[in-house]
Design a protein around this ligand. Structure first.
Ligand code: PLP
Length: 397
């Protein structure tokens, strides 16, 4: 007898994957260029040249066992030290190798945090809609804890503090944030972060145990209009940072990222050890060795993300002028407008008639919206606008 919950997860593809596969089938019939696939968050800009240079240099100058061999479980000490130095130079922090655990991207980093922190099935982790749907899978099936969803504050996608406060209780083990956000593209303001931090401090004190803030930051560098994204860790002492180079360096297939456990975390040494323990349990040890070295050399670099800002501008202006409602995203590469009918599944299905592939907001815990992933060629965005217009006309706009 198999684990039925896990079996069900394996049998059911995520909606995003379903839509992506639908696009592949349609492409065979009508040509790839006629499919407007806004489903996946797969970066379409190349990794910076420094990444290619680093790969070539490492491969050409080192012995294969040094390139491809096992590393220590949390990652090479040199690589971790290089990442820590890069963070310190940027954020004025004082991290070192002992604060970092290298992983297979943000998905693994977040899973490790839930697994390390959840001590019982009563433990709760709070997520704010709209949220990356895999959080729920990692919390419930990976860590065996409860996932508590705070409904979206749709007018600006900042935190709905009233609902949040109502849901905090002594079982709350952690709170997950993701800014810049997938799927809304919204960046949490300083005010939101300060209020969140004050509330978590007060509640940790009241309950007599820390509430951890799990800050999922794969889009930290993908920001527009010259805005600054507050670096969360120094603002709340019990923050665990989950980072990935999938988006900032356009390396999603290479599976490399980290968990940062700052010294300020209560019982720092035990929390770090618990992350290592979770790594053993889940098998997330020795992150890809070649890319540990590549990252050490390229930690401060970033892919040319100017195309994302251009795509955002074209889409936001185009859709708004047609009558779609959308909160302006300041980062990541997603737009999250309201659908033109309440049923977002029905709306996205209608869009498919035009080969516009959009993801229903309900998948992110915010029905009545659609996610448009615009990490695509600008020409694709431009050619899609008349189709969005035709779709809007069906709704009388
Ligand atoms: N967290 C968020 C918010 C994401 O959007 C993604 C991927 O799209 C991940 C985590 C997983 O990223 P990775 O590819 O680094 O595992």
């Amino acid at each position: 007898m198999l684990n039925q919950n896990i079996l069900a997860l394996g049998k059911k593809r995520s909606t995003i994957r379903e839509i992506f596969e639908f696009g592949n089938q349609r492409a065979k019939l009508v040509g790839r260029e006629n499919i407007f696939d806004f489903s996946l968050g797969n970066p379409n800009v190349p990794a910076p040249d420094s990444v290619q240079h680093a790969i070539c240099d490492i491969v050409n100058t080192q012995h294969p066992s040094a390139i491809h061999g096992y590393t220590s479980a949390p990652g090479n000490e040199d690589s971790r030290a290089a990442i820590a130095e890069s963070l310190n130079a940027r954020f004025g922090t004082d991290y070192s190798a002992k604060n970092l655990y290298l992983t297979l991207g943000a998905a693994a980093s977040i899973s490790l945090c839930f697994k390390a922190l959840a001590a019982s099935s009563e433990d709760e982790f709070i997520v704010f809609a709209p949220f990356f749907p895999e959080y729920q899978v990692f919390i419930e099936h990976g860590a065996g804890a409860k996932c508590v969803v705070i409904p979206a504050q749709v007018q600006d996608f900042q935190i709905n503090f009233e609902e949040f406060e109502n849901k905090l209780n002594p079982h709350t083990k952690g709170v997950v944030i993701n800014s810049p956000n997938n799927p809304s593209g919204v960046v949490y303001s300083d005010e939101t972060i300060n209020r969140l931090s004050a509330l978590l401090n007060a509640k940790s004190e009241e309950y007599g145990h820390p509430i951890f803030l799990i800050s999922d930051e794969p889009y930290r560098e993908i920001i527009f209009d010259g805005i600054e994204v507050p670096f969360i860790a120094p603002k709340y002492k019990n923050t665990l940072v989950c980072y990935s180079y999938s988006k900032s360096l356009s390396l999603p297939g290479e599976r490399i990222g980290y968990v940062l456990v700052p010294n300020t975390v209560d019982e720092f040494e035990d929390v770090y050890a618990a992350i290592c323990g979770a790594g053993r349990v889940l098998g997330y040890v020795c992150a890809p060795a070649l890319f540990q070295q590549v990252i050490a050399r390229c930690a401060a670099d970033i892919a040319d993300i100017s195309i994302y800002e251009e795509n955002r501008n074209i889409l936001l202006e185009g859709l708004t002028s047609m009558g779609y409602n959308c909160v302006k995203p300041e980062g990541a590469f997603y737009l999250f407008p309201q659908t033109l009918e309440e049923n977002d599944y029905a709306f996205c299905e209608r869009a498919q008639k035009y080969d516009l592939l959009l993801v229903p907001g309900a998948d992110f815990g915010a029905p009545g919206h659609m996610r448009i992933s615009y990490c695509v060629q600008t020409e694709t965005v431009q050619r899609a606008l008349p189709l969005f217009k035709k779709l809007a006309k069906e709704y009388g706009l």
